[in-house]
Ligand binder design. Sequence first.
Ligand code: NDP
Length: 480
Amino acid sequence: PLADIGVTGLAVMGSNLARNFARNGFVTAVHNRSYAKTKALIDEHGGDGVFVPSESAADFVASLAKPRKILIMVKAGEPTDAVIEELAALVEPDDIIIDGGNAKFADTRRRQAALAERGIHFVGCGVSGGEEGALNGPSIMPGGSAKSYESLGPILERISAHVDGAPCCTHIGTDGAGHFVKMVHNGIEYADMQLIAEAYDLLRRGAGLSPARIGQIFGEWNKGDLDSFLIEITAQVLSQVDAETGAPFVDVVVDAAGMKGTGTWTVQTALDLGIPVSGIAEAVFARGLSSAAAHRAAAAGVLPGPDGTWPIADVDAFVEDVRIALYASKIVAYAQGLDEIFAGAAEYGWDINVGAVARIWRGGCIIRAKFLNRITEAYDVSTGIELPASLLLAPYFTDAIANAQDSWRRVVAGAATAGLPTPGFAAALSYYDGLRSERLPAALIQGQRDFFGAHTYQRVDKPGTFHTLWSGDRTETQTA
Ligand code: NDP
């Protein structure tokens, strides 16, 4: 039979997605640059369903039913361009080429435009959930034309994770929208992980609790508002004991966090769009500081300050304060990430339903969490939140932070006094206080800019653009 869908690029992600398609009853064409991976997939997992393997790209394309749907799962960057070029010469107008790799959304926009000229649908598709998700149900964020989603969407929805019966896959928007939203997903993931790490540090160094005990605490937290994949795996990582030394696993691992770039892209893009994603930025910078080995080695024990111990009278109350501070900071990080999505949608003309994005993040992906239901509800028209207002203005989240702020402020102030770094918690709190301030010191900055660069300013009491003759008699002139 002709295949329903094809996958080219059969490393971990591609082979697991191909197996997922086959297990869901789709006839799945498979292809890899070197045939060994294709053969291994068929040898080891051929029983998962109906596969149609091909050695050449031409045979692979010929094995697909029209309109052909071909998912590329190869290394991002130049390899993706090479594979697209090869396939584009073999397919026909109306066929659909899908890139499921972690592409930059700007590359996706470029590729989409080039293929559209040849009548080919190109779909940049974010896939989250790692290997395990690819096999058992990822969260899928397809961009591309609405027309391509008509035939492709039902297949992707079928293999995606499901929560409460709803697929974790929806058409995000045209051209690069899917990869943009996947990028922001990863940025939020960075922020979430950093906030969890800060909470751990407060409990460890501040309260002096053991990793095992903190693991139990995270296990408890996972039953409430914080219920999420990242909290759940944190409990497991903290309870892990190193077999060789008998020490807690977290104590034998080098404290330098790696990264592959999507967090950095999220911040770079936010800077281009002028959107303050301070929680995500602090998370990227904190990984950078952790990996600055020479700087840290030179400074540790030399730069003076408090040693991180905290005079805690009531440990249970402290643990609860940290939990609440984590929740509030996390809400801010999500609010900032969603602001970036609104800004990207406005800049690139995407009609993105942010409530639906939160819905498809409830399962399959790394930031899957119970509280995403609340975000979906917040952007439901019936709640009356005016789009694209900050998530923090949705009544549920306004209340959640109002109730959290005493704990949040105690934790950030106490951490500063004790000398414990909390860049994520503190940045989130500062953002919150900045957002709610009626007047910001930016008026002074406008004065400085006008002083040294004649950059002009506006007045609170009348329209127009003004400049003060700072180096002259300091009178004000109206420039527009
Ligand atoms: P890799 O990123 O390691 O890519 C390996 C695959 O790319 C192999 O099939 C390889 O073929 C193929 N390839 C490399 N260069 C070329 C080329 N010039 N022409 C044709 N094929 C080429 O595989 P992963 O499965 O880890 O990831 C695939 C994509 O999915 C990446 O874009 C990644 O960023 C993304 N992704 C990964 C996730 C993960 O958890 N790993 C999660 C979500 C997305 P060959 O066997 O012949 O060398």
